[in-house]
Ligand binder design. Structure first.
Ligand code: NAD
Length: 450
């Protein structure tokens, strides 16, 4: 387990006098979230699988194969670790009442940090308006339900595209992530699964065994946490940062028995230098995590070219240039994975961040268009969009702004660097083989944007 780093308020209201006081005054009561650590059980109690289709039975039997305690009907008063609503056969919004109301009747029995996951087909691919209405309805229902859950429980969904069935390997890979404590700060989100085939990890504790990963901006903060998490999951890791951060970078590399490469990612040859390093040390490169990023906030009326250009150069132009090198390299051909760190600012916009939001929205555009280029290599590319994460970057915010910002989500707290890292590690693993060109928010269902 990592060092407990809940903010002081969360610690105060999670027990004893503080909890009673917060309840009486109607103050936010953030829960201490159950986070992933190796060898912990996947869930804290039985999983209730709701839905009437054959696929619902198939999902229930796949969950049994993971040694979960599976129920097809609720047992009164039994604490549940999770509920999975398999809704792949909807043809009209009236079909929703059965499974959704059954889930509602069991909600009070959901354990702390429990999970509700819906599995449904993409509304845009429905053949008639009634089916599209039912499928789209699932999204509205789930996003609202996620806002009603308490005690660290989360609600997320899987959207199936094309021929992907709920029990196909790639959908199960996504389901396992959403059920697990790896997704502690992912809430109110949908994972789109568009490729049915997946080679699921043989060892779920080390899903990245044998893989070689590079993480940019890894000397500290979220990047260092991503490097640690990829290493924990079995990858060999190359950490990259600017020469000025060389000492810190070397410390991270040593801790992970990895290698450090001092390079400014805005350099023309940054991609080639990473490939050269990976080739010499490991003979391959499988996972690229574009994490390095900077902010240079100013209202647009006061924006100067240096602030604007530096943010575009580091946060988006460097990624575009490096990807060109990776995508033509022979080292990067065995089911390669690229994961880029975007931001909710790139989705919702943020006052004072026109430059940053341009770059981060650019990242979301980049992954959408690069997915096609990686397909022939059996590769995927996705983005992770963190909301408020407790790092040096956010610690510098004025107290009141920070306190408001970290409560503006369904879990009423900021995320931790590890939360972003867990989603990055998932997207880099075989479990996410069906997901490409997408952006996954790690924001506790932040109120901004979609
Ligand atoms: P941080 O400032 O603590 O770390 C960023 C790292 O990137 C530093 O080590 C820095 O030296 C490195 N870096 C900067 N420019 C570089 C360059 N040209 N070449 C190589 N390395 C470079 O930031 P963080 O909070 O850990 O953020 C990491 C990523 O997450 C960034 O992309 C950031 O935009 C994004 N993000 C953070 C938050 C948050 O709440 N902290 C929210 C949304 C998105």
């Amino acid at each position: 387990m990592g060092v407990p780093s809940e903010d002081a308020y969360t610690r105060f209201v999670s027990a004893g006098f503080g909890r009673d006081l917060a309840k009486r005054l109607g103050l936010p009561q953030p829960a201490v979230l159950r986070r992933y650590s190796p060898h912990q059980p996947l869930l804290t109690g039985p999983v209730l699988v709701l839905g009437f289709s054959q696929q619902a039975d198939a999902v229930a039997s796949a969950l049994l194969d993971w040694d979960l305690d599976v129920r097809r009907h609720a047992t009164p008063k039994e604490k549940l670790g999770a509920m999975v609503l398999v809704l792949d056969d909807l043809s009209h919004p009236s079909d929703l009442a059965g499974p959704v109301l059954a889930a509602g009747a069991s909600l009070r029995d959901l354990a702390a940090s429990g999970r509700v996951v819906t599995v449904a087909r993409d509304a845009a691919e429905a053949s008639d308006p009634a089916a599209a209405a039912a499928r789209a309805g699932v999204e509205g229902m789930l996003r609202s339900l996620a806002k009603e859950l308490r005690a660290g429980a989360t609600g997320n969904g899987i959207i199936l595209h094309g021929e992907v069935d709920p029990s196909s390997a790639s959908a199960l890979g996504a389901l396992r992530f959403l059920l697990s404590a790896r997704s502690a700060f992912v809430d109110g989100q949908f994972l789109s699964v568009s490729i049915p085939e997946a080679v699921l990890p043989e060892d779920w504790e080390r899903p990245l065994a044998g893989r070689v990963a590079v993480v940019t901006g890894a000397a500290r903060g979220i990047g260092a946490s991503i490097a640690r998490t990829l290493h924990r999951d079995g990858a060999r890791v190359i950490v990259v940062d600017v020469p000025a951060a060389g000492e810190q970078l070397a410390r991270v590399a040593n801790e992970l028995s990895g290698t450090a490469l001092q390079v400014d990612i805005t350099a023309e040859n940054a991609g080639d230098r990473i490939l050269e390093h990976a080739g010499q040390r490991y003979g391959r490169l499988d996972i690229v995590v574009h994490n390095a990023g900077i902010t240079r906030d100013k209202l647009l009326a006061n924006m100067d070219p240096v602030r604007w250009n530096s943010v575009i150069a580091v946060n988006i132009a460097a990624q575009l240039r490096m990807n060109e090198a990776f995508l033509t390299s022979e080292l990067f051909t065995d089911r390669p994975r690229i994961v880029s760190v975007a931001s909710t600012s790139g989705i919702a916009g943020n006052r004072g961040q026109t430059n940053y939001a341009t770059s981060k929205a650019g990242v979301i555009g980049l992954v959408g268009a690069t997915a096609r280029l990686l397909e022939p290599r059996g590769g995927t590319i996705n983005a992770v969009a963190p909301g408020f994460i407790e790092t040096d970057m956010t610690a510098r915010m004025p107290f009141a702004t920070r306190e408001v910002a970290r409560r503006l989500n369904s879990l009423q707290q900021g995320g931790r660097p590890e939360d972003v890292a867990e989603t990055v590690a998932f997207l880099a693993s075989g479990g996410a083989a069906g997901i490409t060109g997408r952006t996954v928010r790690v924001c506790g269902q932040n109120l901004v944007g979609k």
